[in-house]
Design a protein. Structure first.
Length: 511
């Protein structure tokens, strides 16, 4: 019986040895278990492969979309407009390339029957269902990783959001669509700091005729309630204001200013730059302001740089202060040696904005910014209620030299009550500047009130007040100086003028 036991023991030992060998083999990987799912590395490899295919995939037929640029649209508001829906759109053309582009074009598909109500910062052509936008001269070039901005108001039957858009950036076409844009900047694209330090012409090198206003009267200053010239004599500025230069940039040209000077005794140009991004403000507009200053200076004219607060109501908000400080720092640095530049720091504060709580603190900030560069230029400060409450300001004016306060009137709306406010302020010693006016109602349209206008001009003459009329454009409204069908951009004569234009400009030759 011992032999079977021995055989059994040997068999057990052999089986155990085989089991141990098998287990050791699994641990060293020499006999791997068949895989039932992908190894851990497979998912990463497939993701990488998929990503590689996505970035190198050729565009589909007819598609040219890349990440080199985009058009980003922002809805600023909608409202009813003569049975249609008016939509205001602000747009940014983005250049994500590492090099600048010298031209661009946007072709936006719009609904059938759409009407272009207003536009700014470009040339606009609406044909059928395509709205083409090309740049103005001042925003044609886009810096690397920079942008150019434009905007428009479109009337449509029903709601509208920008959709199909083709952007031509330099010589490259890019399909973009949808509110907010589709393309993102490449990850390595960094936002570049904009360089605001543009060279401006040395005013001392500009040769003027002896009869030119600035040559004859030199640097102006405020004495009492009046403006006086370099000889200390009272001097009245008789001016014309542009409309918003984002909307009517074509009238900011040297020949236009020359026509006003030579034909209508104008000695002042006011450059109205709306400060609200929703009304066309972008940093590109600074270039247009500088163009206007250049043309006025070369003609020996005085010029107001107007920070045109209107729909933005209160100049003393964080955003307005930030933009205004940057703007006036740039402008006062550029024109500190000019004898003809005047700064208007807040056109028409409104919407419950008060003198003590809002305008005065804001004005103190801007005066400090300007005076850091330009020590003695005249600064015009807006007043409450669309620059009407000069009597309130007269009770607590800002201390400082060469400061004046804006009074705006529209003769068919503003009559004896506002004239009495003006008299009260001036008689109390407040220097008043009528930096905007017309002879229609306050909307800029409506009928002309010559009777009230005559009373205003009696006041202007009595107090030697300086003024600038609204506005140099052919917009279909009463306050425009040019007829709607006048396509001239310069060389204006009486036959090109509206009734308002004829009456107002005729006054300038009478005093």
């Amino acid at each position: 019986m011992k032999k079977p036991v021995t055989i059994i023991l040997i068999a057990i030992i052999v089986v155990m040895a085989l089991v141990i060998a098998f287990l050791l083999g699994r641990g060293s990987g020499s006999a791997p278990e068949p895989a039932t799912e992908a190894p851990a590395t497979t998912e990463t490899e497939e993701t990488t492969e998929e990503s590689s295919e996505e970035t190198t995939e050729a565009p589909k037929s007819g598609e040219t979309k890349t990440a080199n640029g985009d058009v980003i649209y922002t809805l600023s508001g909608t409202w009813d407009s003569n049975g249609m829906t008016a939509t205001q759109i602000n747009a940014s053309v983005m250049n994500y390339k590492s090099s600048e582009v010298g031209s661009w074009e946007v072709a936006l598909t719009v609904p059938k029957g759409a009407k272009l109500e207003q536009s700014w910062n470009g040339s606009f052509d609406l044909k059928g269902t395509t709205l083409k936008v090309t740049p103005a001269d001042y925003n044609a070039t886009i810096a690397p990783n920079g942008k150019a901005e434009f905007g428009f108001i479109l009337d449509t039957n029903g709601s509208f959001e920008p959709a199909k858009t083709v952007l031509t950036l330099g010589d490259e076409k890019i399909d973009v669509s949808g509110l907010g844009g589709d393309n993102e900047a490449p990850e390595d694209a960094e936002e570049e700091e904009e360089d605001d330090s543009e060279d401006v012409e040395d005013s001392k090198k500009i040769v003027l005729n002896e009869s030119d206003p600035v040559k004859k009267h030199g640097k102006l200053k405020v004495k009492g309630t009046k403006i006086v010239d370099k000889n200390g004599n009272p001097y009245q500025l008789k001016g014309v204001s542009t409309h918003g230069i984002a909307w009517f940039p074509e009238y900011v040209n040297k020949d236009a200013f020359k026509s006003l000077k030579e034909n209508y005794n104008v000695n002042l140009i006011r450059l109205a730059m709306y400060s609200d991004p929703g009304a066309g403000y972008t940093k590109d507009m600074h270039k247009k302001v500088k163009e206007g200053v250049k043309y006025a200076t070369e003609l020996g004219l005085y010029v107001i740089i107007d920070w045109h607060i209107l729909n933005d109501n209160n100049p003393n908000t964080e955003d307005n202060i930030k933009r205004a400080k940057s703007f006036f720092k740039e402008m006062s640095s550029a024109y500190k040696d000019y004898d003809n530049v005047i700064y208007e720091i807040c056109n028409e504060p409104n919407g419950g904005t008060t003198w003590d709580n809002d305008i005065k603190p804001y004005a103190n900030k801007m005066i400090k910014v300007i005076r850091a560069n330009d020590k003695d230029a005249i600064i015009i400060i807006g007043t409450p209620t669309w620059s009407q409450d000069v009597d309130i300001v007269a009770k607590s004016p800002i201390k400082g030299d060469n400061l004046m306060y804006a009074l705006h009137f529209y003769a068919a709306t503003h009559k004896e009550d506002l004239r009495n406010k003006a008299k009260t302020a001036i008689d109390s010693g407040l220097p008043v500047f009528i930096s905007e006016y017309s002879i229609c109602d306050a909307s800029g349209s409506g009928g002309i009130d010559k009777s009230s206008a005559k009373e205003w001009f009696k006041l202007i003459k009595k107090y030697d007040l300086s003024c600038a009329t609204w506005s140099l454009c052919n917009k279909d409204e009463t306050s425009a100086l040019l007829k709607p069908n006048c396509d001239k951009k310069s060389g204006f004569t009486d036959k090109d003028l509206t009734q308002s234009g004829k009456w107002i400009l005729s006054q300038y030759s009478k005093y």
